[in-house]
Design a protein around this ligand. Sequence first.
Ligand code: NAP
Ligand code: MG
Length: 396
Amino acid sequence: MAITVKNPIVEMDGDEMTRIIWKMIKEKLLFPHLTLNLRHFDLGIKNRDATEDQVTIDAANAVVESGVAVKCATITPNASRVKEYNLKQAWKSPNGTIRSILDGTVFRKPIIVKNIPPAVRSWKKPISIGRHAYGDIYKSVEFKASGPGKAEILFTAASGERTSLLVHEFKGPGVVMGIHNTEKSIRSFAKACINYALGEKCDLWFGAKDTISKTYHGFFKEIFDQEADARKPDLEKLGVKYRYMLIDDAVAQIMKAEGGMLWACMNYDGDVMSDMVASGFGSLGLMTSVLVSPEGKYVYEAAHGTVMRHYYEHLKGNPTSTNSVASIFAWTGAIARRGEMDGTPEVVSFARRLEDLVIATIEQGVMTKDLASIAEPRPSKYALTEEFLDTLAARL
Ligand code: NAP
Ligand code: MG
């Protein structure tokens, strides 16, 4: 008998290979066992273009209402994608739009399986990365300076008082960017990281470059220090340590560490370092991601993109071996969270059972090509995209 998931989950469909996997996960693993109430939003590039990206905003607002969402990877169009899909314009990153509406923090955590040894020998436990999900270059304005001239920044306070600063006096062409962040967002980021570290009982590292950027990066450090100070009794009680480091020191230290910490990163650092940590733990296909808002709204997704190269093979009619594990864990994360919020333990245990089954299946040697090439021992053959899901479905 199907288990009923009481309240709605917001479902955001996506693009390319992950869109294909998405449909298979629902049909093979979820629909036979769960009665789901999905609020479906099609964030596929064609529909974002048709709705002038309104669908992304509607989906983010639905998360505010419903509290839990699961998102498929989506194309962030660049010039070549605009041409490829004949788009009206290069729409903004949907993840960027959703993050700024929710003012949330993204936490990424690798899925550890026994037979995939990490590339970094000292890593024994998962390294979670908390990526500040608002501002900096992701909410920037930028332009090209056409030639000689002055670039300035100007702040006009609500009172009318003006502060201006010279950015650079150009002797020839160049580029200029204006970035910002807000105290409110940095503070909720720091709070979210401290909460996550307390929840997982893991140490918290924060790295920035306050020696160079004394005001901008310094502001982040100041707020982190204050928030950690405010939670000192809780941190001490659980033995959770907070460490501030320069970002380059943090990068060096992480390569020698055992893992088991939350590494809080500014927006760009988190974007870059989460990909490094993910490949260090094996595959992007084993990296999960969740956006958490200060109000406790959750958007679960895989950390990887739409796996475009595999999609092109698929379109040519060639078999693919794309890892669906992170996408499955996006669904189980959302379903378990929904079950916790709804007070339906049978829903939570279905999600955990599916996760355990996925890990056990890989540990028994059934896995996609990305994992087969790094597993110890190497399996004699790898599973195709659909074969892997069919194996799970049969075992479920
Ligand atoms: P990607 O989709 O993450 O894939 C890059 C490469 O990583 C793949 O070609 C593949 O390597 C490997 N890979 C990633 N996920 C895999 C999986 N599940 N199973 C097996 N291999 C996997 O990044 P991309 O190709 O640079 O980007 C494609 C599109 O995704 C872009 O349009 C980008 O905007 C979008 N994107 C979306 C999100 C999101 O929605 N959160 C995040 C990142 C990127 P091999 O080719 O070696 O097999
Ligand atoms: Mg990235």
